[in-house]
Every structure is written in C-alpha cells, then in structure tokens.
Design a protein around this ligand. Sequence first.
Ligand code: HEM
Length: 508
Amino acid sequence: MAAAEILFLAISYARVLLALTIGIISVYALTRCIYLLYFHPLAKYPGPKIAAISNVWYGYHWISGRYPWASEQVLRRYGDIVRIAPNELLFIKPQAFTDIYTPHIKNHELFVKTELNDRGDEHGGIAFERDPVRHRIVSKQLSPAFSSRSITAKESAMHEHIDLFVDKMMTHGAAKDGVDLAHWCNWLAMDISADITYNRKMNQIKDMKNSVYLDVLLGFNKFTTIEQVSLRFPFLKRFRKLFLPVSAVTSMPEMVQKSRAELQRRLGQKGKTEHLDFFDQIVPDGSVIPEDPREVRHLEQLAAQLLFGGFEPVSSWFYGTFMSLLEEPEMYQILAHEIRHSFTDYRDIVPGNLATLPYLNACLEESLRTFPSNNLGHPRISPGAQVDGAFIPKGVYCQTSMFAMWRDPRFFHEPLKFRPQRWLPSSHPLYESKFSKDSLKSFYPMGQGPRACIGKEVAWRITRLFIAKVLWTFDLVNVPGQKVEFEKDFVTYGFWVKPELRARFVAV
Ligand code: HEM
C-alpha cells in the first residue's frame, strides 16, 4: 500500500475515532443532564437550571465577590429551599439553621463540615477540623481560655491597643481628609488579636502601616475563593496558581517564617508573658515544648486560626458600626449621648460597665445584622435528616444564608435599614412596637451548636470597649465628597473587601 493511502486511512480512522469520542461524550453529558434535571434526588428542588447540572452558578457567583446577593436573589425567586449546585441546597428559614447546626440537641448524627477549608493538613486546628471527635477534643482543650475569667485577664491588652488608637486619633484623626477606617480597623483588630492569641506584637497602629502578615492575608483573599471553587472543577484546579497575586506570593515566605519564629518565641516564654493569652491554655506553663512536626503544625494552625478568627470579623464589626453611624446622624447622637452620660471618667470605661448599656448593645447587634461577616454559607453534609420540614438525603451539601435571612422582611421589619431600636427592650423609651415581630431569637451571627464561634464573648468585649472609648473621646465626622454604598461597592471572598471610608475624629 502506498504511503499516501496509509496516511489517508490513518486520517479517516482518526476522524471516526474523534467523531465517536465526541459522540460518546455528548451522549454521556446529555444523559447526565437529564438524570440531574429529572431523576436526581434533588431534582424536585427549584433553582437556576444551570445550577442543577453544574457547579458553574455557584463558582461564578463566588468568584464575582457578590455571592451573598446572588444567594439572596435566588431565594427570593425560587423559594426557601433552592438547589444551587447538582448536590447542594441553600436554606433560609430559621428552622433550617436549627436543624443543620444544632442536631446534637435531638441526639441526631452531626452534619459535618464539607471539604471547603481542607488544606490537605492532617489536622484542621479547630475551625477547619472536619472530624467531630477530634474537633471536640481541641474545642474542650481551648474552652477554658475563653471563660469569662480568662477573658477578663486579657482586658489589659485590649485597653492598651485601644488607648493607643485613641492617642493616634488625637494627632491624626482631626486632619481635613480624616483617616481611612478600612486600614485603621484592620490594624487595631489584628494588633489586639495577635496579642491576646500568643503575645505577638504586630505594631500596626504604632507604625501606621500594614504588617507583612496583613498584606499577605489581604492579597490571598480572592485567591482563597478561587482555590475553594476549583475544588469543584478538578480540571481547572491545576490552573488555579495562575491567579496567585504576585506581591502576596513574594511576601508569603517571610510571613510564614516570621509566624513560625513568633510561635517558637511564645512557646519558649512558658509562663513569662506580658499578659495571659490563649496559648496559656494550649501549652500551659510547665508542659513540654512539642517537637514532633505534626504537633508543631497543629499549634501553627491554632495560632493562625485564632489570630484570623479574632481579627477579620472584629475588624468588619468596627468598620460596619462606624459606617452605619456615619450614615445615621440621629442614631449616632443617641449613642454618643448614652456613652458620654454613663461615665464620669475615661478610666471608668471597662467591659464590665458596658454590657448593660442598651443603646450601645443595640447598635452593635444591628451592625452585625446589616454588615454580616461569614458569608460562605457554612456548608455541612447531611447525614440523611429533616431540614426545614424536608428529608434531605445523606451526602447532600446544605448551605444557609444569614445575609438573606436578615434582609428578608418576613424576619425583620425594614430589613435594609439600620434601626438599633429593634434590639431595645420594650420598656426602653426609644423602643418601637413596629419591630415587635422581628426574629431576634433566630439571630445567631456567631453561629449555633458545637461549631459556633468560640470567641463570641471576646469579640463583644473588645468591640463595646472600642466604640465606647472612641465616642467618649471624639465626635466622628464624615469626610465630605465620598459615597460608599454597601449595596453597590462591596465584594466579599473569604472576607469583605472594605472600601476606603474616610472619617474625622474630632476631640469633644
Ligand atoms: C464579630 C465577631 C465574630 C463573628 C461574627 C464570628 C463568627 C463566627 C461564626 C459564624 C463561626 C462559625 C463558623 C462555621 O460554622 O463554619 C465562628 C467560628 C469560629 N470563630 Fe468566630 N466570630 C467572631 C469573632 C471571633 C473571635 C474574636 C475569635 C477568637 C478570638 C473567633 C474564633 C473563632 C473560631 C476559632 C471558630 C471555629 C470554632 C469551631 O469550629 O469550633 N471568632 N465565628
């Protein structure tokens, strides 16, 4: 046979093979789509069609940074249980939150965490640990560090950083163009968190600039989401590194090395720290310093998770509270009046005296509601159980949207408005009965059940103290000519990207 004929035959075979392969893939894809749309156990749940057959809907909205709004939209459009991916449902009703996060109350099997935060480590520290038994052990070991007494022992560190912030505002806050709250809130929250976690001094308020640690965290915010989304697209997973932010990658080795050195320094300090911190509980004075690399890795994870957990949502809480107060002068005045008339001296402002100030607490609850942290849906895997009245088969991923629930007029009257009075006791003169049907009892910004936030009380004490000391000392004034709109200007990945928001701090 002539070479030309052989070539012709080979090309013909290749064509047939290609056509066959395309045919098989098409038939497979079509059959899969038909199965997912009409015969899959979740086929009866409404949702965008593209979401029923692929993870594209979910992946796209996550990477867009507008996932909370996208979730809200599909819940409004399709109902209270929406299929957002082939094997994933999104819930909104308070009953669903109770069923998913607190099933231990009824002695049901736990809904365990998904692989969302799986970084391939053997142990997930506390927040990323998926194994409920290992999680319980770590959580039990840590819980004394978060007792009321232990937190009180860390108050001196809270005062120190907040007082330094107040000092800095005396010199920098009154400038014509004010200061950028996004930076200052990040700096303060991280300085406090690192210090009370393992006596680490970040000095960001002192130096008035980001630490390398903060730069890397901010730089990786969007990439973390890309990495999480790529878990659903194995083919794309190998390309995810193309999205790595160059500046964060180059700073990463320095950040890791510094954090390791800081941990070793802290372990070497044993009981001789400036003040009590969470590591006093993790590696108590007198215990042997761990050398096993797996144990050291576990401690690194805990240090990083406690530092981050105590930093980001707290920083957003500061920022969100200021943002709302700047937009609502009437509410700002009421709060400033309450704080300024409750104390005769700055030194009397301590967490113990703030827990009972009704308007301060109402404002803080309301800013958690209007600017919620943690918008990743808190996904869990169903063990095969009832959720919001429906039986959800084993293995189905279940997400919730606090964001959508708190902005739903069925659960909160005038939900998009910052209205602290909804949180006041009915005996308070500013209470308004139009908010009497609000679902205050279903409001869990720090989660519910065994995986709820371990740092809730710490966060409350820091935030009350910060807002009270600032408003005692300064009037917060909007810098004219800027308009930051929550509905338009915000995006969130692993956490919020907080736009520049300038305010002046004018001493009263
Ligand atoms: C405004 C402040 C805060 C908010 C809104 C918040 C919110 C939350 C939420 C919703 C969860 C549950 C996450 C899930 O179910 O996947 C959580 C867990 C956690 N938070 Fe917070 N948090 C705050 C402050 C803090 C602070 C100050 C710390 C540490 C000092 C902290 C450390 C943690 C840890 C370690 C977990 C994991 C708990 C576990 O898995 O057992 N958080 N937080």
